[in-house]
Design a protein around this ligand. Structure first.
Ligand SMILES: [Zn+2]
Length: 157
């Protein structure tokens, strides 16, 4: 009986893969619910259904220091990066320049410990509240916005 069950399961998995592959060929874009390597993501389908991804299958992730409110950086997540971020207590992005998953701090030591993750009203952006170790920016600045003031005219209400 155990053999019968595993055969059924294998057949189910094979058909799931076939459907995923057909869909990928069908629209030529990153398929919803898949990783960038084409495998099915582990993201909760109920959450995946709420995401409004761009043409590359990504949503923007604004990262904020949980206690000071500092806006630290902006990164990009596909379904799998979001799934890992929700499960691991560490922030993972999809690196568009390197085309690979990137868990913040693994090489730099500048770890982001997750406090909360929220989806915005229309599903195309995430707010990731973290406890940031050291610098959030690869330049060594605390935030990516420290050196970028554009001198805007200050409005009054
Ligand atoms: Zn930066």
């Amino acid at each position: 009986m155990a053999a019968g069950r595993s055969t059924t399961r294998a057949r189910h998995e094979a058909s799931t893969w076939a459907i995923a592959r057909r869909s990928l060929r069908g629209n030529g874009l990153q398929q919803r619910g898949t990783r960038h390597n084409g495998a099915v993501s582990s993201l909760d389908p109920a959450i995946a259904a709420r995401l409004k991804r761009d043409a590359q299958g990504l949503v923007a992730a604004v990262v904020q220091q949980h206690d000071t409110g500092e806006v630290l950086m902006l990164g990009w997540m596909d379904d799998e990066a979001l799934s890992r971020t929700l499960r691991e207590g560490r922030v993972t992005f999809w690196s568009r320049s390197r085309a690979e998953y990137w868990r913040k701090g693994d090489t730099s030591g500048h770890v982001q410990h997750v406090k909360s993750v929220a989806l915005d009203c229309d599903g195309d952006a995430l707010l990731v509240r973290v406890d940031q170790v050291g610098a959030a920016c690869h330049t060594g600045d605390r935030t990516c916005f420290d050196a970028g003031d554009l001198g805007a005219a200050v409005g009054r209400r």
